[in-house]
Every structure is written in structure tokens, then in C-alpha cells.
Design a protein. Structure first.
Length: 304
């Protein structure tokens, strides 16, 4: 199922046609509060009232015109200015900022967003894309982190190289959002078996938690796997960490009950709220991360 979903995510014909289908647009509502920013902001305000923070991301990637990248930057600057009261953070893809066209332009765009975030005491996360972009994305973050404190990077637990990336970034006192990974990658660079990915995810978390305790690292465990979170918390307890020091992020529409429970228990929780009309590839990758969601969505589409 996971391989099929990732294949579909990369199929151009499907990417062109599926978003036009009414039932597909109904299905995607499972993970998006709406296509517009207003819906995302409303969701962020609602989560804030329940003690859950927000991480906002405008969907889209691999832009081919720097004018489009400029529009994305302007949009995020407006988002940061509009969300100061709810203290929402933003997460951006480098290819959405022009990485495929001009690496220096993408870096300049990231600098603009970092400066805008500082003004409202917010935070900018750099999303990780497929492995073809890993080196360049890590380098962009390395450069940006030397100039700006309120920036972080997503790293993927299914890549063999991630432990090395963590180690080399550690002197920068980085912020890392640890995800499992949602792209189709070959077996010579990535774990394919779910148990292996889970084991590496926990190993990476355990590797980083002592640095969190020493205030040399901000770590966000971006996973819906509450068993993994519980295992990481047991290790954090052995380090005498407080619950608020353990940050957890989950996607909008997934395990909301667990997000609320963790927030009530004192953990720092954020909900990643995506919006925009470029949802097709993102949506299928989210299903591929947890294929059980396919059956949930299918039930939602059946007549009641």
C-alpha cells in the first residue's frame, strides 16, 4: 500500500486530474481545515485555546519561476504578521523558495523569512524533501543557523545518513524536527521496513535528548506514534527532564485526541496545519506514512 501511494504521488497524470475529482476533494478534508489561510488561522486559534500550538505550511513545491517564489515569501511574511497572537510557527520547502532555480535566491528568501519571524518572536522550519535535496537542504540550514537563532530543519529517520547529519549539526545548537520520512527512496540509502524505521527513530531521539537537557538542541518529535513518544519520554525521565521540554508535533486531523491528552499532561504539542490548493502529492505522502488512514478516508466517503 505504501509503495502504491508513493507511486501515485509521483504520477504526473494523476497529479493533474485527481484534484479535479469531487470525491478526492472530499477525502482531503481529513487533513486540511481548508484551502485558504483563513481556515488555517481559525484552526490555529482553536488549537491555541486547547493548549496546542500551531505549525503552518502552505502546500506547494518545485516552483519553476522566481516570481512565484517571491509570492510565497510575501505570503509567509503576511502569515507571520497575522499569527503573532497565536504564536504559530511556519514550515517551508526549499524548492518552494526557488532551490531548483537558484540556490542563492532560495537562501536569500529563507533569510527574509527568518528576519520576519524574529519580529514576531516566531520560528521558521525548513522542510526536508526527497533525498536528491538532502545535501543542499542541510547546507542551507547550516548557513542560515550561523546568522539566525529562530530556525530549524526537518530530518528523516528512514535515511541511513541522518545520524551523521545530526552529529555534524550539533555544534550549531540546532533545532531539529524529527520525522519518519514520506518519499520513495531506494534501499541503499533508506530503511524500508517499518520496524527498522521506528527503531532508528527512537535511537535518534535517545541520541539527541541529552543535548535537549543541556539546552544545546531543540528537538521536536514529529510522529503520530504515541508508543514511540512514550518510549522517548521514559528515557527523558531518566535524564530528569520536565514534560514541557519534550516537544511533539502531529498533523491536523490525525490523533487529535492524543494531541489533547499530551497537552493536558504537560507536554509541548504543536499541530501541523497545511493549507493551499497544491495538496495532491502532500496528501498521498501523508497516507503513505500511515496506510491505515486510507481505510479511515474510505469510510468517510461512503454514504451514511
Amino acid at each position: 500500500m505504501r509503495r502504491l501511494l508513493l507511486w501515485a504521488a509521483g504520477n504526473r497524470w494523476l497529479a493533474t486530474h485527481v484534484p479535479r475529482w469531487r470525491f478526492a476533494r472530499r477525502a482531503v478534508r481529513r487533513f486540511l481545515p481548508g484551502e485558504g489561510f483563513e481556515a488555517a488561522l481559525k484552526a490555529a486559534v482553536d488549537f491555541r485555546s486547547r493548549g496546542i500550538g500551531a505549525l503552518l505550511t502552505l502546500l506547494g513545491e518545485n516552483i519553476t519561476d522566481l516570481e512565484d517564489a517571491e509570492k510565497v515569501v510575501q505570503h509567509y511574511e503576511e502569515v507571520l504578521a497575522a499569527t503573532g497572537d497565536v504564536q504559530a510557527e511556519i514550515s517551508v520547502k526549499p524548492t518552494q523558495l526557488g532551490l531548483d532555480i537558484d540556490e542563492e535566491a532560495a537562501y536569500a528568501n529563507l533569510q527574509r523569512l527568518a528576519r520576519a519571524a524574529v519580529k514576531v518572536r516566531s520560528f521558521v522550519w525548513i522542510d526536508m524533501e526527497g533525498s536528491a535535496y538532502t545535501d543542499r537542504t542541510v547546507e542551507l540550514y547550516r548557513r542560515l543557523r550561523t546568522e539566525h537563532a529562530h530556525v530549524g530543519i526537518a530530518l528523516q529517520a528512514y535515511l541511513y545518513r541522518t545520524v551523521s547529519d545530526v552529529a555534524t549539526l550539533m555544534p550549531l545548537k540546532p533545532a531539529i524536527r524529527l520525522v519518519k520520512g514520506a518519499y520513495a527512496e531506494p534501499s541503499d540509502i533508506a530503511f524500508a521496513d517499518k520496524k527498522e524505521v521506528d527503531a532508528n527513530y527512537l535511537a535518534l531521539a535517545v541520541f539527541m535528548l541529552p543535548e535537549v537537557k543541556r539546552h544545546r538542541l531543540r528537538l521536536v518529535l514529529a510522529t503520530h506514534d504515541v508508543d514511540l513518544v512514550a518510549k522517548a519520554w521514559r528515557y527523558a525521565q531518566a535524564l530528569d527532564m520536565q514534560r514541557a521540554e519534550l516537544e511533539i508535533a502531529m498533523l491536523y486531523g490525525i490523533r487529535t485526541d492524543q494531541q489533547e491528552r499530551l497537552a493536558r499532561e504537560g507536554f509541548t504539542v504543536r499541530d501541523l496545519i497545511a493549507y493551499g490548493d497544491a495538496w495532491y502529492q502532500w496528501y498521498l505522502r501523508r497516507l503513505a506514512e500511515r496506510p491505515a488512514n486510507v481505510w479511515f478516508v474510505a469510510r468517510q466517503l461512503l454514504p451514511s
